[in-house]
Ligand binder design. Structure first.
Ligand code: NAD
Ligand code: DAU
Length: 349
């Protein structure tokens, strides 16, 4: 039986990935290690938490002793490393938290995998889940390929770039069997409402301002989160050791066009008159060092492993809005308590 460690499985992408692996591979033993920071939520996994091939461990990826204990106990053959501090705005106010988890946490995991994986390296995979933000910012044309030089601009992206380099160093130096993927912006159910799409859905529901940084002209390439999880599955099982794969949706939107689309769909779903939610749009001070445009060239993944996104954006965003409208309890629980302090400090509107 394969035994797989997923880190950060209680977060947004991690919960979709954990659900996919636990349900699709009943013969794999899946251990989800998550520190349950503000972004980790076991409610995200309530439908699978009792399945016999799933175990949750609360703990931190920087905890060397805990990692050694887990590797010893579960004899992992694979690691899907998702845990991270993930929000750019928070990295601007607290960069050290990002360096601790994303850099030191990743290095600690690699160190323990190296200690325990001495034999049968061809049966092991250390998969590091990373972001397109490591490549920096594009102008109006061009795409990030796997060969694009790293040029991170925020403490978040610099910490992820740093972790990517350390993962590659363990491959080249110690022959640790690694794989890396760099994905564009995800959206979908269980997305924490500090990120643009769920923040706006929540604020439209509650008739609160929709904060748009700068002029709203920055561009992101959006991918439905289940398509990201499928891509990770394909790469984990069929990708080449030592390789990097870009994952993206070929689905670029300026922030303002995206938020207007959300407003349009939500007016229809909430029975509001056309144009009502758009009135909530509020331009606010731009994010410091705000990257202008991200766009992924995912040709390698398509040509080598046959992966393509399954959902068109309009369908994906409609499904996502429906999920939030049917899960107001999840949303309300998350946006009570500390969330309110974060929101007030970040926006003050
Ligand atoms: P998230 O913030 O929703 O979840 C992160 C999870 O990691 C949470 O469950 C949290 O509790 C856990 N965690 C944080 N620090 C930890 C620590 N020190 N030890 C153990 N667990 C810890 O993040 P996400 O958006 O799901 O992103 C997951 C991964 O995917 C990250 O590595 C991120 O860089 C990458 N990524 C995200 C996106 C995106 O659009 N969200 C796109 C590309 C790549
Ligand atoms: O590209 C992948 C990355 O996508 C991931 O690595 C990150 O973990 C993830 O958070 C995401 O980063 P972004 O900074 O692109 O996502 P965010 O949802 O924070 O912002 C999307 C765009 O919307 C960005 O241009 C900033 C803008 N924005 C965001 C917020 C929260 C606003 O205009 N207003 C807001 O209130």
């Amino acid at each position: 039986m394969d035994s797989i460690l997923i880190t950060g499985g209680a977060g947004f992408i991690g919960s979709h990935l954990t659900r996919l692996f636990v349900t699709k591979y009943p013969k794999y033993k899946i251990v989800n290690l998550d520190a349950l920071t503000y972004a980790g939520n076991l409610e995200n996994l309530i439908d699978i938490e009792k399945l016999p091939n799933y175990t949750f461990v609360k703990g931190n990826i920087t905890d060397l002793d805990l990692l050694r204990k887990l590797f010893d106990e579960y004899k992992f053959t694979g690691v899907l490393h998702c845990a991270a501090e993930s929000h750019v705005d928070r990295s601007i106010t607290d960069p050290l938290a990002f360096i601790t988890t994303n850099v030191m946490g990743t290095a600690t995991l690699l160190q323990v995998a190296k200690e325990f994986w001495k034999d049968n390296l061809n049966e092991k995979v250390f998969y590091h889940i990373s972001t397109d933000e490591v490549y920096g910012s594009l102008g109006t044309t061009g795409f990030f390929t796997e060969k694009t030089s790293y040029d991170p601009r925020s403490p978040y992206s610099a910490s992820k770039a740093s972790s990517d380099h350390i993962v590659r160093a363990f491959y080249h130096t110690y022959k640790l069997p690694i794989k890396i993927s760099n994905c564009s912006n995800n959206y979908g159910p269980y997305h924490f409402p500090e990120k643009l799409i769920p923040l706006c859905i929540n604020n439209i529901i509650n008739n609160k301002p929709l904060p748009i940084y700068g002029k709203g002209e920055n561009v992101r390439d959006w991918l439905f989160v289940e398509d990201h999880a499928r891509a990770i599955d394909v790469i984990f099982h069929n990708g080449k050791i030592g390789e990097t794969y870009n994952i993206g949706g070929h689905n670029e939107w300026t922030n303002i066009a995206l938020v207007k689309e959300l407003c349009k769909q939500m007016d229809e779903k909430l029975g509001r008159s056309s144009g009502e939610s758009e009135k909530l749009i509020t331009y606010v001070t731009d994010r410091a060092g705000h990257d202008m445009r991200y766009a992924i060239d995912a040709t390698k993944l398509k040509d080598e492993l046959g992966w393509l996104p399954s959902l068109q954006f309009e369908e994906g965003i409609s499904k996502t809005i429906d999920w939030y409208l049917s899960n107001t309890k999840w949303l309300n629980e998350i946006t009570s308590g500390n969330y309110k302090n974060y929101y007030d400090e970040q926006y003050g509107i």
